[in-house]
Structures are given as structure tokens and as C-alpha cells.
Design a protein around this ligand. Sequence first.
Ligand code: ASP
Ligand code: MG
Length: 409
Amino acid sequence: MALIVQKYGGTSMGSPERIRNVAQRVARFRDAGHQVVVVVSAMSGETNRLIALAKEIQAHPDPRELDVVISTGEQVTIGLLSMALKEAGVDAKSYTGAQVRILTDDIFNKARILDIESANLRRDLDAGKVIVVAGFQGVDAAGNITTLGRGGSDTTGVALAAALSADECQIYTDVDGVYTTDPRIVPEARKLDTITFEEMLEMASLGSKVLQIRSVEFAGKYKVKLRVLSSFQDEGEGTLITVEESKKMEEPIISGIAFNRDEAKLTMQGVPDRPGIAYQILGPVADANIDVDMIIQNVGHDGTTDFSFTVNRSEFEKAKAVLEGVRQHIGAREIVGDNKVCKVSAVGVGMRSHPGVASKMFRVLAEEGINIRMISTSEIKISVVLDEKYLELAVRVLHRAFDLDQPKA
Ligand code: ASP
Ligand code: MG
């Protein structure tokens, strides 16, 4: 007998029919003798609908009240799934985040989980019940409802698996696993049987939307066995997210090509080249809560330098306005920006032991006449910023160049 946490996303909860299908799957696991904790998202589109509704009342919704509103989507699906389970002859019980007591900090709209009380859940599990927990929500020490950020149900699933020392956390979604790249761009993309936590973190931060990034961090930290599977297929092992040691030597060097369309680049030209300047520029950007990704400072000449960085495209105008203030303050020449750029990355732990991945990547892009605007590297990733129009071409040629379309021997 194993204890399994299964998380079902919004698409899997999208209609009564689909909820019944989920109940059938849960029932099969239960009948096979396993204890099952189910974590659910709201019905697909529901959270967006609730956010839009809130914005009709208040252009910038009060964060506490917004969480009161948007946490309701999951309260609906836990009730519906529990009913469907009962209809299927399975004893089930729903729990909101507060009823479990998923304790979070008090940062509304993007709270972090601090602790989970597991005693009640265990008692119900031992009594033979299937537990259905609302994803995405928790409660702070003062009893306020909080939510965990978009896609946060993944994190609820992993956190529950960690708190209950579950044997496995299964994330059921509308794809059957993690792919070498987006199959909508490269039809030859293959499903990976395994991917390491580190690779998955890079893929998630680089735009692969399969898992919320925080859930991957959580799983890595607490050593939760995490698997991504399709909720529309009965067969298949999905993709198992592993620790690196278990990867075989002959695994490919590159595991995937990730990309992000929503990038924007900002450059401050003619910046006085002196100590503290990077902090003077990026400090105010961070204070404005804007995430900065790649950063490049050119070699100085004539006592000035150019300083560039990328942000999410949705924050382009805001970042530009902040920079304009900084520019006047430090006496830099000019701000130029480009919000028609994208980022393409090759990811793989095999890079650590194989030199030459970067040069191969640059050669392949050069052969297609694609100009690289910025480069950044980590131990297991090489990212380039390109003009947006080259995104699909770059992903396709890199996928082929690194043999990702070849079935594994
Ligand atoms: N319903 C929430 C959202 O749409 C949480 C989730 O689906 O994971 O972001
Ligand atoms: Mg999701």
C-alpha cells in the first residue's frame, strides 16, 4: 500500500464529465489498495474569470479581498469531486486550505507555505477516506485566506506530499509529460522519461508551463518523488523528475530547448563607469518589484559604459519609467528599449561534463543568420536573447542540432 498525492489541473476539472473521469481514476488507485490525497485546481478559466470580476469592481483589487474571491474556484471543485467520488462508491471528504490548516505567510496573492497540519488528514486516510484538498490556497496566522500565486495548486500538491511523506506526487495535466520542447513548434519533440530537478527548474523558469516553478523547488528540497502525467490517458508513465545521481552516463547532453516569448530588453547608454552603478540602476528596479533576468554591462570606454538587462514584457513600460528616473539621477545619456525580443535556451546537466555546447549553439544560430543580442550561461543552461521573429526557427534548428528528435537508443 502506498500513499499517493494526485493533483489535477483546471482542464481535468473542466466539466462534470471530466470530474467524473477523475473520480474514476482516483477510485482505481483506491481499489488497488492505495491511500489517495487529491489536490485540485479550479475549473479551467475560473480563476481568470474571478480576477476579471474583481477588476470590474476595483481596478487594482485589494490584495486581501482578491484572495477571498479567487480562492473560491477551488472550493467549488473539491466539493464537486468529493460528490463524484461518493457517486462512484468511494468515501471522500473535501478540505479547504484553512480546514487542513495550510499555514502560509501573509503575502496575499503570492503567499508561501510555512507549515501543514497533517493530523486530521492522516486520521481520515486511516479511516479509509479519500481526501480532496483545495489547491492554491492557505491561511495565514491571523486566519486570513491567502493564495499561492498563479499555478499554485502544483505547490499545494507537492507540499502535501512532503508533509505526509507520500510515496509519490503525481501531477495530472493536459500533456502526458515534459517534452524536449513545445510540440506545437517542433512536432518531433519527444516526451522525456526523466528529467532532473535542476533541469526542470530551468525549464520552468524559462517558460515551460508544465509545473509551477515553486513546486519544483519544493519537491527538490524535500525530496518528493514527482511525476507529470496526462489525465486524459490511462496508459503511460509520464515524466519522472529525478535527482541527478540517478541519471545514466549515456544520457544526452541537452535535455531540452526552452523558450520564452514575453521578453523585453532595456539598455541605459552612456552610464558613468564607476563603482556602485549597477546597484544604483537595479536597486530601484527591484524596489518596484520588477524581476530582472539577464544583465550585461559592457566594457567601459571614455569613462562610460552601456548597461542592459531583460525583464518580462508585461513590465517593460514600468521598468522604462523607473529607469528614466535613474537616468536623470546618475546622468546617463539615454534609455533604449526593445520589447520584441525572445529568449531561447538549451538546458541539460550533461553540459557540466561536455565542453563545446555553447559554441555549437552559436554556430547553429549563425548558420541560419540569426543574430544573438545577449547571452547568459549557467552550469546547465545557455540562453540567448534573439529578435522575436527568429524564435521558432531557432528552437527548431537547435532541437535538431542537439539530436533531440532522435529516439533514445
Ligand atoms: N486556479 C489557480 C490558477 O489558475 C491555481 C492553479 O490552477 O494551480 O492559477
Ligand atoms: Mg497548472
